[in-house]
Design a protein around this ligand. Structure first.
Ligand code: G6P
Length: 613
């Protein structure tokens, strides 16, 4: 985890670095730091958010045109200013920022301790910078060579930027397993960051480092690129397709609220050019060449974490219903450690907003070694998972900054619906009228989402009523069970209220014991699906005095008569209900969290992109 930024050029580095950190703060925010290179390295770091770093550096000497900066999500060592990055080598001639984990840091630390090195922090990163200094001293190497040689001794993941007073006109950067992008400025300058967000306002020409790439950046010179095995490489630059407005709050109080409200557009963007009710077609350019392979698959395994895993569960219903292909949905973190049976007849679909989640990435590495075809459903273009898979379909939801995922989820579900429709069409497992009406209805979903968003005022009232609850239960059946899970996760993540998602019928096998007048229960009770069954479940809850907040189809009177609150959503096809029913649950969590005074966009202990195990 963590976000890193670096700059080298003719401009003052400090404001560029701070702005960059603010754009990356979603990646971690328990401490932050910056190092500026002049004759010596001026290093400032603090516990807490980037705003605290800014207060800490007020009235200090932050001049310089070369610098590195970091916002941290702690892995080794508690979040305090000592463990914050950048880290100095012992002589304080070298400073480093690092995103990732050095797995063999203890043995390297032991080796360096025996040589007399002293350590200030508990971090694996300080071990790496000391190792670089040791290599440099022993072999009298350049900074670039020292970093390269040191990285060959390292096991683990890293995206790093290193500066040294011995070579005060360079920044050395490298990556393996953690993302790193270099923006090539028009004034002979370079902008480096964990993702393109801090770069896009300065340049659109970027180079995404590959694993084991190491580059030397010097103002007014070409990017000098090698692999850590010392092979010279040509940097193939790409043009960024990212709009700066997408990175701002655009008048909303929080990114999360903005992203919830963007869903009519983000869902539309995830379908754009891929679906046409007029021509009765679904077309997915990214996987076209692999369609036969997918249709011949014995089964499809979806791997993901968090919210993306919930999208995978919706995908399971869609694929099995429409394409009749068996699907398993796996947590990346479990899959990779249990010796799963995978053959080259399997297709593995990795679902990830960031495309950088370490557990998902490791799961697909494993599947690749076992011969499976790998497909990616990612939001971030050029991300590690997008590049590690054989083919894929981008969700095109635009940058998601709020830590709690919202628009990425509905875009993932949309893309999974498109793939399921396409496979069902090719396999002839969908009847023509069903295929046509699903396409038509899917095209209309953005309008219906717009309608759902109008329930916000009512949802705010419900939030005010239940904001002090200590527990929540979320229930759904069939394709809406994952929606219940997602609703509960959203509430936990941002309001710190304990919540559980359950298949409604399973309630009687345990959670029913929890129900009393203090327990709010959110039930997805739309007409489509097992409506009568859900109605009985609501009766069971009411018999135990639970407070029911029901998401119902427009015009429903049966549930309305029983429930304490009803939120109406437009009618749609059963398989598309998750795209609508999720939205009120996102809004409910958001407003409860705001009313409880929680930091919605940066909830405690979480980070947007978990690039460590
Ligand atoms: C983290 C985030 C979640 C996200 C999960 C998977 O835990 O806090 O919001 O769902 O990672 O992220 P991905 O980028 O792979 O979808």
């Amino acid at each position: 985890m963590c976000g890193i930024v670096a700059y080298i050029g003719h401009k003052e580095a400090y404001p560029i670095l701070i702005k960059g950190l603010q754009r990356l703060e979603y990646r971690g925010y328990d401490s932050a730091g910056v190092a500026l290179l002049n004759e010596k390295i001026n290093l400032f770091k603090t516990k807490g958010k980037v705003s605290e770093l800014v207060s800490h550096t007020a009235h200090k000497d932050t001049q310089g045109t070369i610098g590195i900066a970091h916002t941290r999500w702690a892995t080794h060592g508690e979040p305090n200013s000592t463990n914050a990055h950048p880290h100095f080598s012992e002589s304080e001639n070298i400073a480093i920022i690092h995103n990732g984990i050095i797995e063999n840091y203890e043995s390297i630390r032991e080796f360096l301790l025996q040589k007399g090195y002293k350590f200030r922090s508990e971090t694996d990163t300080e071990v790496l910078v000391q190792l670089i200094e040791d290599v440099k001293k022993e072999g009298n190497y350049s900074l670039f060579e020292s970093v390269r040689i040191a990285l060959n001794q390292v096991v683990g993941a890293y995206a790093i930027a290193v500066i040294s007073t011995d070579e005060p006109d360079k920044v050395v950067v490298a990556r393996k397993g953690s993302p790193l992008v270099v923006g090539i400025g028009s004034e002979g300058d370079f902008y480096v960051a964990s993702d393109a967000a801090p770069i896009v306002e300065y340049t659109k020409s970027v180079y995404y480092l590959d694993d084991e790439d190491i580059a030397c950046l010097k103002a007014n010179e070409k990017l000098h690129l090698k692999t850590i095995k010392n092979e010279v490489k040509d940097p193939l630059t790409e043009e960024l397709d990212l709009n700066i407005d997408a990175l701002e709050k655009g008048g909303f109080e929080h990114f999360m609220l903005k992203e919830i409200h963007e869903q009519p557009d983000s869902i539309l963007d995830s379908m754009r050019g891929r679906i046409s009710a007029k021509d009765n077609t679904v077309k997915l350019g990214g996987v076209e060449d692999y369609e036969k392979h997918i249709l011949d698959a014995h089964r499809i395994i979806m791997v993901a974490c968090g919210t993306s895993w919930h999208a995978g569960l919706v995908g399971e219903y869609l694929f099995e219903e429409l394409a009749r292909i068996p699907v398993e949905v796996e947590y990346g973190s479990e899959f990779r450690y249990r010796n799963p049976i995978i053959t080259n007849d399997d297709v593995v679909i990795a679902i990830s907003q960031s495309g950088e989640t370490a557990d998902t990435l490791a799961a697909i590495d494993l599947a690749k070694r076992k011969g499976a075809l790998l497909l990616g459903i990612c939001n971030v273009v050029g991300s590690s998972i997008a590049r590690a898979t054989h083919a894929g379909v981008y969700t095109h939801a635009g940058p998601e900054i709020g830590v709690a995922s919202t628009k990425a989820f509905t875009a993932q579900v949309t893309v999974l619906t498109l793939i399921a429709l396409r496979l069902g069409f090719l396999k002839k497992t969908i009847e023509e009228p069903v295929y046509h009406s699903l396409i038509k209805e899917l095209e209309d979903i953005p309008n219906k989402v717009e309608e759902v968003l109008k329930t916000e005022k009512l949802i705010k009232e419900i939030a005010a009523k239940f904001k002090d609850a200590r527990n929540f239960l979320y229930l759904g059946r069939g394709i809406n069970f994952p929606v219940a899970l997602e609703g509960a996760l959203k509430l936990k993540e941002i309001s710190y209220i304990h919540a559980e998602g359950y298949p409604a019928a399973e309630m009687k096998h345990g959670p029913i014991a929890l129900i009393d007048e203090n327990m709010p229960i959110v039930v997805i009770a739309t007409k489509e699906g097992n409506y009568e069954k859900i109605v009985s479940n609501i009766q069971e809850i009411k018999a135990r005095k639970g407070a029911v907040i029901a998401v119902v189809s427009k015009g429903d009177t049966t549930v309305a008569a029983m429930a304490d609150y009803v939120i109406e959503i437009p009618k749609t096809e059963e398989l598309l209900v998750p795209l609508l029913a999720t939205i009120p649950l996102q809004l409910l969590s958001y407003h409860i969290a705001v009313m409880r005074g929680c930091n919605v966009d940066m909830p405690r202990n979480l980070a947007k992109s978990v690039t460590v195990e």
